[in-house]
Design a protein around this ligand. Sequence first.
Ligand SMILES: [Fe+2]
Ligand SMILES: [Fe+2]
Length: 135
Amino acid sequence: MHNIQWKSEYSVGVDDIDAQHQRLISIINRLAQTRDEAMTSDELFAILSDLVDYSDYHFRTEDNYMMENEYPLFLSHRKEHLAYMKKMGSMVQSHKNKKPGLFEEMLSYLSQWWQTHITESDLRYARYIQARKKE
Ligand SMILES: [Fe+2]
Ligand SMILES: [Fe+2]
């Protein structure tokens, strides 16, 4: 239900960034799958840590790309990345505290956030930078 399917409409036209988005989606889908498996809390924590680390790496790639291309909405885009990292930090904490219902909340946040962020915010910088390169 929270599985995300990569679509060509998600492409930002930069191979590295598209590959990172695909990998992020696959980690989230892996997380969604764990619901149907007997997964220990440590195994779940390992997937979550992987997601947090890889998200951080991805955001650094994008932040650099936007800066290099003098994207005017860079700061507001970066704010979205920071808000996500903050939210993930608090969810990892809630996971440690074994908060009930967290798993569903986390998956719906992740699937919603990534689909909206890619199709709205990421595609906005992609269109801007593509147009700028054609000038
Ligand atoms: Fe982004
Ligand atoms: Fe992105």
